[in-house]
Design a protein around this ligand. Structure first.
Ligand code: PHE
Length: 344
């Protein structure tokens, strides 16, 4: 029995020398160090030996087993190191390489102006009506008729307004003011809404004019709404949007759907009021039109103008943005030039 153990040991030690990697080692362990390897089996059969031989054989089997195990573990560590080095060399990552640049998207400056203005008016108690309730493709009825715009008014001319070829009473809205009519037809006063969106005009495109631009319409109808409310709200808006130090003025004006009507100018940002090409030498630039809703308009949608009154306003989003950031060409908003857009 003793010889048998020594023989196994000899064979195992020799086998150990021939191992090349951890896979070989695994096989080796199965053969010499597992639960049914020869050495284990010998230990299991000790009880069949004469009593006096048992301790000696048992001790020898244990010793050989432990020595083989220690040697196998040593080999294991050796293989692990070599194999890890190989793996690392193969999967090497250069952590000093710069990462891939992922450019951030940004909110378009016109969108951020709309968001900013919307927020200001929401704070003042106005709610927003969306395009669904006041579409861009509009009928003359909403864009002109109900707004008291006479049939022969020059704004209705095809030179100013885009008409649909197949339906002569359908237009691309030339102003967001139709939203006033939709709002008053959809709900009863008190009404306090703003409505931002695109408008279209048949313009020659230049630094000042594009045939697509954006407006934000506003409307407030209730009992006892006066011109003082109009002034208060629009003063507050201008103060919040441009800052208190920016000079602004009300200037009387005319719109078919408001009476009296005003326009608000703010001081030209390009020249600081001295007069330049951008402001045509006046030092001022118009940002919005406004006025008390004409009684005719109220009556047209079935609101009693003896009981209710209101004010409306409409502002140009491009203008507001150009005057805040000193942008001198409206076309920049529509060219999608990253060098321009990423400044915001
Ligand atoms: N719709 C007018 C325009 O486009 C602006 C406006 C709106 C004026 C509401 C008065 C009241 O110029």
């Amino acid at each position: 029995m003793e010889n048998k153990i020594l023989e196994i040991e000899k064979e195992a030690v020799e086998a150990l020398q021939t191992l090349k990697d951890s896979k070989d080692l695994e096989e080796f362990k199965n053969k010499y160090l597992s639960r049914n390897c020869e050495l284990t089996n010998i230990k299991k059969c000790l009880k069949d030996l004469p009593v006096e031989e048992r301790p000696k054989i048992g001790a020898l089997a244990n010793k050989v087993f432990q020595e083989l195990e220690a040697k196998a573990n040593e080999k294991g560590e050796e293989f692990y190191k070599v194999e890890l080095d190989k793996k690392l060399a193969k999967e090497k990552i250069d952590i000093t390489l710069p990462g891939t640049y992922l450019p951030y998207g940004k909110v378009h400056p016109l969108t951020s102006t709309i968001n900013e203005v919307t927020e200001i008016f929401q704070h003042l108690g106005f709610s927003v009506i969306s395009n669904e309730n006041s579409p861009e493709v509009e009928t003359e009825y909403f864009n002109f008729d109900m707004l008291n715009v006479p049939k022969e008014h020059p704004a209705r001319d095809v030179q100013d307004t885009f008409y649909c070829k197949n339906a002569s009473n359908v237009v691309l809205r030339s102003q967001t003011s139709g939203a006033q009519i939709h709002a008053m037809k959809d709900k009863k006063p008190p009404i306090r809404i703003i409505s931002p969106g695109r408008v279209y005009r048949n313009e020659n495109i230049s630094a000042r004019k594009n045939n697509l631009f954006h407006q934000i319409e506003g409307l407030y109808v209730d009992k006892n709404v006066t011109f003082a409310h109009l002034k208060g709200v629009l003063n507050e808006f201008t103060r919040l949007y441009f800052g208190a130090s920016r000079p602004m003025r009300f200037r009387s004006s005319f719109f078919p759907f408001t009476e009296p009507s005003v326009e608000i100018d703010v001081q030209c940002i390009m020249c600081g009021g001295k007069g330049c090409a951008t402001c045509s030498g006046t030092g001022w630039l118009e940002i919005l039109g406004a006025g008390m809703v004409d009684p005719n308009v109220l009556e047209g949608v079935g609101i009693d103008s003896n009981v209710y009154s209101g004010f409306a306003f409409g502002m140009g989003v491009e203008r507001l943005t150009m005057l805040k950031y000193a942008i001198d060409d409206i076309r920049l908003f529509f060219n999608n030039d990253i060098r321009f857009l990423k400044q915001f």
